[in-house]
Design a protein around this ligand. Structure first.
Ligand code: KG4
Ligand code: ZN
Length: 362
């Protein structure tokens, strides 16, 4: 089954074709970074208009790269939420219209389910059950994944998302939009331990997060500093270390609490190199249980990330998640609806469908 995937929930137009037998056939992305940079953040109306401009050329480009005609498609998947309502409407209207014209089934995909399943796109050995850490610009969640579509929220942020904290902190220190990757780049030349910030909510049990206080701590440190280039890098390093360590501590707790042996990481912050390195040191077997002397070193957990391009928003994850649902016979009536706020726990299970095995992959 060949599925066209369309992602337009925020500031990237992403399109891909996923084949349930052959894997990902083609994908393309247009980022609106330059468009929003002068405003220091995403301007929803500009985002919607740019999706209108870029979407159909990208669909043509992806079909050409896959060597397919529109009639070769078997289904259409588009992001139906959560996201910016105008931006979502562009993808939903185009996806529905294409499906209507080509007489194909179409399915609206939950953006975070797309992120959550992205690591499965290119890893044939990976399947639920696992714990997922979703870290994007709008979400920070730990989710227990029993099966595709069966999600239990273990913990989430009570205020800012991890990506949002990166972006706001970067902006505060005068870095250009989008701040997260810029701040991570700056942190590379920062010295560890020169500035130490707290690891929020790690001093008490539980799997929830809070990043807004950390942002304020960094603001105070920045305002009270000489603001020299090396100081800026040192503060960036201190901030990044605090976020990475906090996420790692909570991931370890989630593995301990669920007994899961695999952690899947997805969403834009999953592209962060230091986070990727740190999470590789997580273990299975319960670090919270004191080890008897001589019990040996606990085995490391399996930690899976999509390649960085599939951590951030992209069409491939939507084509993939949509293909699983379409393959299970799920699709919706030809009505264009989007859900800008959408609880992932309300999704239906993909009953009995296992992740397809694929012979050829890109
Ligand atoms: O998943 P995503 O592309 O979009 C949303 O669904 O939100 O995530 C974007 C977020 C932004 O906050 C961005 O600053 C952050 O991911 N991000 C990073 C890095 N790359 C992207 N944060 C830290 N380090 C990075 N390398
Ligand atoms: Zn996203």
């Amino acid at each position: 089954m060949r599925v066209l995937g369309i992602e337009t929930s925020c500031d990237e137009t992403g399109v891909a074709v996923y084949d349930t037998d052959r894997g990902l056939l083609a994908h393309a992305l247009f980022s609106q970074i330059a468009l929003h940079a002068e405003y220091g953040g995403v301007v929803p109306e500009l985002a919607s208009r740019d999706h209108v401009r870029k979407l159909l050329p990208l669909v043509r480009e992806v079909l050409a790269e896959a060597g397919l005609a529109p009639a070769d498609l078997d289904g259409v998947a588009y992001t139906a939420g959560p996201g910016l309502v105008g931006a979502l409407m562009v993808g939903a209207a185009a996806g529905r219209a294409l499906a209507w014209a080509l007489d194909l089934p179409a399915v609206g995909v939950h953006h975070m389910e797309g992120h959550l399943l992205a690591p499965l796109l290119e890893d044939p050995g990976l399947a639920p059950p696992f714990v997922a850490l979703l870290v994007s610009g709008g979400h920070t969640q730990l989710v227990e994944v029993a099966a595709v579509g069966d999600y239990r929220l273990l913990g989430e942020t009570l205020d800012d998302a991890a990506g949002e904290a990166f972006d706001k902190t970067a902006k505060m220190m005068g870095l250009p939009y989008p701040g997260g990757p810029e701040l991570a780049r700056l942190a590379e030349s920062g010295r560890p331990g020169v500035f130490t910030f707290s690891r929020p909510m790690t001093d008490r049990p539980g799997l929830d997060f809070s990043f807004s206080g950390l942002k304020t701590q960094v603001l105070l440190a920045w305002q009270g500093s000489d603001q020299a280039p090396q100081t800026r890098a040192d503060i960036a390093r201190g901030f990044e270390d605090a976020v990475v360590e906090t996420l790692a501590i909570k991931c370890q707790r989630a593995l301990d609490a669920t007994g899961a042996r695999t952690l899947v990481v997805a969403g834009g912050v999953g592209a962060n190199t230091r986070l990727r390195e740190r999470l590789q040191t997580l273990v299975v077997g319960g670090t919270s249980v004191p080890k008897r002397s001589g019990a040996g070193v606990p085995p490391t957990a399996r930690v899976c990330f999509p390649r960085p391009a599939f951590c951030t928003d992209n069409g491939a994850m939507i084509a993939f998640a949509g293909a699983l649902r379409l393959q299970a016979g799920q699709h919706e009536a030809a009505v264009v609806t989007v859900t800008p706020r959408w609880d992932m726990a309300s999704l239906s299970a993909v009953g009995g469908t296992s992740v397809p095995t694929r012979s050829n992959r890109d």
